[in-house]
Design a protein around this ligand. Structure first.
Ligand code: HEM
Length: 415
């Protein structure tokens, strides 16, 4: 089992005081909320469907599906230029002087969002990700070979966390042996760095410098990979500038890793504790796998993105002031009982499931085909080889949250 006692990016985080009133003081980093946010969303949806907090620079938290759908379409008045749930202090924001965006299309508004997104989409069609499917199947089997004889493992650290970084490295055409670095960098930016801006800036700069080197290399030595393809992409008759390609690679790494490992980890956590669902899936056909993956995405939606009001705007009885942060609580929307029957239950064969785990509107996830494939292959392979497993120490399970929610320590034993 991997030793996590000397975590290279873990550090102290600011102390917090208890929540006085969810509607005016919610805390997205409260350990209870991170472990299980559903009761807070249920309470807020009834009492105050668009809540506010002054914590972490202040933000708004919508909880109703209808509101999330509407807000995702309020473009560009709800701007995506700073989609992280806590803004960087001004002095740490990197201007770069190029005018280009550090993580387009996710951190861009139209028209920049449109042309950067269009440059990416052809590389994430079901056909374009076929090589990654074969690769993922082999990878999952090799990972399981590494621990199956031990009678147990950390299903987050030794399995879920190992898959997306290798798959995206293979697609980008970068060194898969650097996967431990990629994990450290992404956690530094998106998890531990959320409340520690210096840490976030440090890893942001490391990732940028790494891809600057890779892009410079591909301009001279083209390969058969996504970085080369982006280097060769033309918009309006001109090649994408280096800074744009670097930003897009940064986004692939950050958006492609934490999200998908969280989804795989949450699903394994679910199966470890729900024997009926686990046994049902060990005998599942393709149709059941398709609905089950969607349901696990709905129930354990990992990703909350953010917007900032570009001007004063009224919506749903509240006024977002210019600059206000709005948390795109897609996970909360997916638990809205007005839209999902038995919203609080995992229904593996749920037929009507218009979840928004991948977002909605113009920023809807560009990597959803890849994410679904990785989830399905990872979970099917695990259950084929390890049909019986349980949590070995439920008290040792830890969850990360805020921007991307999922288990980070998940010890299991195989029976
Ligand atoms: C289960 C895994 C994943 C989940 C739940 C997820 C979720 C999301 C969500 C909610 C958004 C919308 C962001 C917003 O509205 O601001 C998004 C955007 C995006 N995702 Fe994913 N994602 C996953 C995996 C991936 C993967 C594997 C990739 C590719 C490597 C990827 C690439 C992107 C990109 C490029 C965007 C930006 C699209 C745009 O702004 O036009 N995602 N994702």
């Amino acid at each position: 089992m991997t030793d996590t006692s000397t975590d290279p990016v873990a550090d102290s985080v600011p102390e917090r005081c208890p929540v006085s009133d969810l509607a005016t003081d919610y805390d997205i980093f409260d350990p209870d909320y991170v472990r299980d946010p559903v009761p807070a969303w249920t309470e807020l949806r009834e009492a105050c469907p668009i809540a506010h907090t002054g914590r972490y620079g202040g933000s708004w938290l919508p909880t109703r599906y209808e509101d999330l759908q509407a807000m995702a379409r309020m473009v560009p008045v709800l701007s995506s230029k700073s989609p992280i749930v806590i803004d960087m202090p001004r002095e740490l924001i990197q201007e770069g002087g190029t005018g280009y965006n550090a993580a387009a299309p996710i951190s861009a508004d139209p028209p920049e969002q449109g042309w950067t997104r269009r440059a990416l989409l052809p590389h994430f069609t079901p056909r374009a990700i076929a090589p990654q499917t074969e690769y993922t199947e082999k990878l999952c089997n090799a990972l399981i070979d590494g621990f199956i004889d031990n009678g147990g493992c950390d299903a987050a650290v030794d399995y879920a966390q190992q898959i997306p970084p290798r798959v995206i490295a293979q697609k980008l055409g970068v060194d898969e042996d650097m996967v431990d670095d990629f994990i450290e960098w992404v956690r530094g930016v998106l998890e531990l760095g959320l409340q520690q801006p210096e840490l976030r800036a440090k890893y942001r700069d490391i990732i940028r410098a790494y891809f600057a080197e890779q892009v410079a290399d591909r301009r001279i030595n083209p390969g058969d990979d996504l970085i080369t393809a982006l280097c060769q992409t033309e918009v309006d008759g001109e090649l994408l500038p280096d800074e744009v390609v670097i930003g897009m690679c940064n986004l692939q790494l950050v958006a492609g890793i934490d999200t998908t490992w969280s989804s795989i980890g949450s699903a394994l956590w679910h199966f470890a504790g729900h024997e009926d669902d686990r046994r049902r899936m060990t005998a599942a056909d393709d149709d059941l796998w398709d609905t089950a993956v969607e349901e696990l995405l709905r129930f354990y939606s990992p990703v909350t993105m953010a917007r900032n009001a570009a001007e004063d705007v009224e919506y749903g009885g509240v006024t977002f002031r210019k600059g206000d942060k709005i948390l795109m609580n897609f996970p909360g929307a997916n638990h809205d009982p007005d839209v999902f029957e038995n919203a609080g239950e995992v229904v593996l064969d749920r037929q009507r499931n218009r979840h928004i785990a991948f977002g909605a509107g113009i920023h809807r996830c560009a990597g959803s085909n890849l994410a679904r494939m990785e989830m399905q292959v990872a979970l099917r392979t695990w259950l084929e080889r390890i049909p019986e497993f349980t949590l070995s120490d439920p008290g040792a399970v830890t969850w990360a949250g805020g921007q991307v929610r999922g288990p980070r320590i998940l010890p299991v034993t195989f029976g």
